[in-house]
Design a protein around this ligand. Structure first.
Ligand SMILES: [Zn+2]
Length: 199
């Protein structure tokens, strides 16, 4: 991508997680949207496995070097967030635990654990879709990347393909609530049936 293209203006008035990709340089915004599309595919893969749908992609010099999706439930692994999976795979692929030339794309704002791993890996840029008001560590709950006492500061961009990234999470949780409701109703119906069978 051509980073020499003029950027229309600075966006210092845009709060974290609220960045409008349309405000970025055109080529960078297009690349961001494309890579976020790949992260969304990973989120869909997570959903098919019954995991909270979050997906991530690591890009190095314009090449996708790793993907990952959320799988803590199936993997019995509290650290198996999409970012961790993608970072591990990228480090294996590149043969280096430091990834200073890499960008990480993820559909949901990274949590504290993932922000820590991003810093250890020296990722240069983080692009996320949906803000996470419960665990987000890029400004929603805390902003670790703005903490001057920590020694690595990746550039962070939020809100890329936000509606799709939020939409897949909303669909997952609403389907899960509907399934839980159906199970409760079936259990209640069975209990009523058993009670009426009692002489
Ligand atoms: Zn995380």
């Amino acid at each position: 991508m051509n980073r020499d293209l003029p950027v229309p203006d600075d966006h210092s008035d845009v709060p974290p997680g609220d960045t409008d990709p349309a405000l970025h340089g055109t080529s960078e915004a297009t690349a961001d949207a494309t890579y976020m599309g790949l992260a969304l595919e990973q989120a869909r893969a997570a959903m098919l496995q019954g995991e909270v749908p979050v997906g991530a992609v690591v890009v190095c010099d314009g090449q996708v070097v790793a993907v990952g999706h959320n799988c803590p439930v199936g993997g019995h692994d509290p650290s198996a967030h999409a970012e961790m999976q993608a970072l591990r795979a990228a480090a294996q692929t590149l043969g280096n635990y430091r990834l200073p030339d890499c960008e990480l794309y993820v559909t949901l704002e990274p949590c504290v654990m993932c922000a820590g791993a991003i810093m250890h890996a020296r990722i240069k840029r983080v692009v996320y879709g949906a803000a996470d008001p419960k665990t987000g560590a890029c400004g929603s709950v805390v902003d670790l990347f703005a903490e001057p006492r920590l020694n690595h500061h990746a550039e962070v961009v939020g809100g890329v393909r936000r509606d799709e990234c939020v939409g897949i999470l909303q669909r997952f949780f609403s389907e899960r609530r509907a399934a839980a409701r159906a199970r409760r109703l079936a259990a209640a119906a069975e209990a009523t049936g058993n009670a009426s069978d009692t002489p």
